[in-house]
Design a protein. Structure first.
Length: 394
């Protein structure tokens, strides 16, 4: 077993085609345009380019960060589980899931860095003046640790030091779980926001991470073989089927959790919590919820997977794509709904709901995250593609 790394040994020349180069360039341009819009915000002032207000300080950039971070956690957990219990059907997907976990969390970091008005202060004071009682401090620190662990793990995979890679993968997974639940706690511990407050969100985010991670594993593995213009081998196909089974289970569980979370607002919940839930069910966020989050994000994928019995690769990939779209809207609905209801409801001249529509700059910055992930995925397949196929040695 060689411990050296050779790009020639891991590169996949089948991905170096003119068509894929053009798609990569498109993703890079998306990322550059989005980062440019975010950097312009530092010059012009965030209050001039983003539609956040004092009443609604968190918008699509926070929800998109949560989407990427939660997806990264799911990918990292599934990869760690498949590495720890080597020989299982998910093993052929594991190395690619490690790479996907890295690039999705970096995509999330890109968004949060451009959303904050002074990200450099965060970097400085996170180290020099840590607040150990802050969920946000723990979330950022633990996600940073997780990225470090995963980078080392991925390097060890490339150099075929698999035993050490498994250890780093476990440490990364533990850091991701802790970071993910702290992300949920950022919302769940805010008693002034009844729609968020409660013990459910940290566990709900963890369940969503498994669902999003399984969906990403199915979708991107299929894309990887489409880019090579190859038929998927039997071992990888069974791995995709196993990921689809995880996806099906989590769709059911997240659906049940969503239903009960909604019911609790109308059975003993606070008035402000019910008002926020009303905004989801029949108010300004109803289209997002019923069409994208529930129908496209849960019901259609569940029906498609059940009807095809997870034997159709196009059906599994379509279901996975729908789940990821639904989860993107789910994070947006959660973040926005918690702020829509005025905290001083009942005072004169206050609206029933505040208004928030993402600005063009916010949409461009969100596009930067998507562009980065898309470009990094294709480049990863180009330069590390052969390493993604090694799994029997684990």
């Amino acid at each position: 077993m060689s411990n050296g790394f050779s790009l020639a040994a891991t590169a996949e020349p089948k991905v170096a085609t003119p068509g894929l180069n053009k798609i990569t360039l498109l993703f890079v341009l998306m990322a550059v345009a989005g980062v440019g819009a975010g950097l312009y915000g530092f010059y012009a002032g965030h209050h001039n380019v983003y539609n956040n207000t004092r009443e609604m300080p968190w918008g699509i950039l926070i929800s998109s960060y949560a989407f990427f971070a939660i997806t990264s956690t799911g990918l990292c957990l599934l990869a760690a589980i498949s590495h720890i219990f080597g020989g299982n059907r998910l093993a052929p997907l594991a190395n690619r899931m490690v790479w996907l976990s890295i690039i999705t969390i970096i995509g999330g970091f890109t968004l949060i860095g451009l959303e904050l008005e002074s990200p450099w202060r965060m970097a400085i004071y996170n180290i020099t003046s840590p607040n150990l009682t802050s969920n946000i401090w723990w979330m950022g620190t633990l996600y940073g640790l997780a990225v470090g662990f995963m980078f080392v793990e991925f390097f060890l995979i490339l150099t075929r030091q698999y035993k050490l890679a498994v250890t780093l993968g476990v440490l990364g997974a533990l850091a991701e779980v802790a970071a993910n639940t702290n992300l949920g706690a950022v919302f769940a511990t805010l008693s002034a926001r009844p729609y968020w407050y409660g013990a459910q969100l940290p566990i709900y985010f963890l369940a969503c991470s498994f669902m999003s991670g399984a969906a990403a594993a199915v979708l991107f593995t299929n894309f990887a073989y489409k880019m090579r213009n190859e038929e998927m081998n039997e071992a990888t196909y069974k791995g995709v089927q196993s990921a689809a089974k995880v996806l099906t289970l989590m769709l059911f569980l997240v659906g049940v959790a969503t239903a009960w979370r909604t019911i609790t607002f109308y059975v003993g919940g606070t008035e402000a919590g019910r008002a926020a839930s009303d905004a989801i069910l029949g108010g300004p966020l109803a289209t997002n919820f019923w069409i994208f989050e529930v129908s496209i994000g849960m019901l259609f994928p569940l029906a498609l997977l059940a009807f095809t019995k997870m034997k159709s690769l196009p059906a599994m990939s379509a279901a996975a794509l729908m789940v990821l779209v639904g989860q993107f809207f789910s994070r947006y609905d959660l973040v926005v709904a918690g702020q829509l209801v005025p905290q001083y409801e009942g005072w004169d001249n206050l609206p029933a709901y505040f208004s928030y529509v993402p600005s063009v700059s916010e949409l461009l910055v969100t596009m930067a995250g998507l562009g980065f992930v898309g470009a990094a995925f294709i480049l990863g397949e180009r330069f590390f593609g052969r390493a993604f196929e090694h799994h029997a040695e684990h």
